[in-house]
Design a protein. Structure first.
Length: 170
C-alpha cells in the first residue's frame, strides 16, 4: 500500500472519529487539556500500527483500548496529580441537561474509582456491549457487570443525595 493511501485512509478515520475520541478521553480524565493529550497519544500509536489494525478490522476498539490504557498510565505519573481544568474553560456537554445537572453528573463520574468510570464510559457513553467492554478492558464479562452495577448504584446514590440537598422532589 502506498504511503499516500495510508495517510489518506488514516486522515479520513481521524476526521470521522476525533470528536468522539475527545469526548471519551474527557470522560476518562475530566480535563479538556489532558483529554487532548490522550487523543494525540492514541492517534500516534494508531498511526504506527495502522496496517495491522486495519487488517484486523476493529480500529475503534483498538483506539478505545489505547485511550483507556494511556489514561491509566498518565494518571499514575506524579505530575498529573493536580486539580483538573479552570472553571469555565472545560468543554460544554451536549444540550439536554441543565448546567447544574451536567456538572453534578461529571463530578459524580469523576469521583468513581477508575475501573468503574472506565466501564460506565465504555458501556453507557460509547454504547458497547458487556463483551465488547470486557475485550477493550482486557477483563472478563463478569468484571464488567459487577463494576457497572457498583458504579451505577454509586452514581444513583450521589446524584439522588445531591438532588435532595438542593430541594428536588422526584
Amino acid at each position: 500500500m502506498a504511503r499516500g493511501t495510508r495517510d489518506e485512509e488514516f486522515s479520513e478515520y481521524v476526521a470521522q472519529r476525533r470528536t468522539q475520541l475527545r469526548r471519551i478521553a474527557y470522560l476518562l480524565c475530566g480535563d479538556v487539556h489532558k483529554a487532548e493529550d490522550l487523543v494525540q497519544t492514541a492517534l500516534m500509536k494508531l498511526y504506527v500500527a495502522w496496517h495491522r489494525v486495519q487488517r484486523e478490522g476493529n480500529i475503534d476498539a483498538y483506539v478505545r483500548r489505547i485511550l483507556v490504557n494511556s489514561g491509566i498510565d498518565e494518571s499514575r505519573r506524579p505530575w498529573r496529580r493536580e486539580e483538573p481544568g479552570l472553571d469555565g474553560l472545560d468543554p460544554v456537554m451536549a444540550e439536554g441537561l441543565a448546567v447544574e445537572d451536567r456538572r453534578a453528573l461529571i463530578e459524580a463520574l469523576a469521583s468513581l474509582p477508575l475501573g468503574q468510570r472506565r466501564v460506565v464510559i465504555l458501556r453507557y457513553f460509547v454504547g458497547l456491549s458487556v463483551d465488547e467492554t470486557a475485550t477493550d478492558l482486557n477483563c472478563v464479562p463478569g468484571t464488567v457487570k459487577s463494576q457497572s452495577a457498583r458504579a451505577l448504584a454509586r452514581l444513583n446514590d450521589m446524584l439522588t443525595a445531591q438532588f435532595r440537598a438542593v430541594g428536588g422532589h422526584r
